[in-house]
Design a protein around this ligand. Structure first.
Ligand code: ADP
Length: 256
């Protein structure tokens, strides 16, 4: 395998408990560069916790996250304390997460929301951050909302600004936690369209979603979780047409 074929990220043996509740029980999968991975499965199966571990928001109890550029975060060696904190901070710089709720700062305008991360967290000069933010806002059709406050936008527009804010960080990996589940049904389409365009542009994305129609159209890989383990994974065309596992079958039968 040539280096360019290597997965951008390999997740191996991820384990995470909250008290007695084992939420992830040895989760392993690979994320290929420029590809879309959708995490699906019943509520409470551990999907969001995986994203939070990838983004350094949670400290795994065990497991390794290995990036193709050599970055390697081994939580089996450093499950707690200062070393884990440093690993989480380094992980946070590699990815950007879009949450269910956009989490925009209500007292900042759209452009101020977008440049906040690049200027403060990444040390990018303000002029350059503004120019990039303007380019990205135009990209999602929101140039005219540059100086609006979040409350002046629709839910779909707010979520598109949330996506732009993540893009502005220029992450290796874009993480989405049910990005459309808090939206009114008529606003879901405009956000899914932006995600589809980002996929076509070659962003590497991991998306937790209940939108199986979207996953079928856009995902290169679907990973099905149940009770903290990966039950099945594969290309959506194959998995949705002929799931191999009875648990996957039951889940898909209910939703497709
Ligand atoms: P999903 O995204 O598949 O719905 P989650 O990863 O959100 O699943 O949650 C998996 C399990 O972990 C649930 O039982 C949830 O209650 C538990 N959990 C998640 N975060 C925490 C936390 N911070 N403290 C305690 N339990 C948590």
């Amino acid at each position: 395998m040539s280096p360019t074929d290597a997965p951008l990220l390999e997740v191996s043996g991820l384990v995470k408990s909250f008290g007695d509740n084992v939420v992830l029980n040895g989760v392993s999968f690979a994320v290929d560069p420029g590809k879309v991975t959708c995490l699906i499965g019943p509520s409470g199966s551990g999907k969001t916790t995986v994203l939070r571990c990838l983004n350094g928001l949670e400290t795994p109890d065990a497991g390794v996250l290995a990036f193709s550029d050599g970055g390697r975060y081994d939580f089996s060696q450093a499950p707690s304390g200062r070393a884990a904190k440093a690993e989480r901070a380094a992980l946070r710089d590699r990815s950007a997460m879009v949450f269910q709720h956009h989490n925009l700062f209500p007292h900042l305008t759209v452009i101020q929301n977008v440049i906040e991360g690049p200027v403060r967290a990444r040390g990018i000069a303000k002029d350059a951050a503004v120019a990039e933010a303007e380019r990205l806002l135009e990209r999602v059709g929101l140039s005219q909302k540059r100086d609006a406050f979040p409350h002046e936008l629709s839910g779909g527009q707010q979520q598109r600004v949330g996506i732009v804010r993540a893009l502005a960080l220029r992450p290796d990996l874009l993480l989405f936690d049910e990005p459309t589940s808090a939206l009114d049904p008529e606003l879901v389409g405009e956000v899914l369209l932006v995600l589809k365009e980002l996929a076509e542009e070659g962003w590497t994305m991991v998306i937790v979603t209940h939108e199986l129609g979207f996953a079928r159209q856009v995902a290169d890989q679907v990973v099905f979780f149940d009770e903290g383990v990966i039950v099945e994974r594969g290309h959506p065309a194959e998995m949705f047409a002929a799931p191999q596992n009875a648990r996957t079958r039951r889940f898909l039968d209910r939703l497709l």
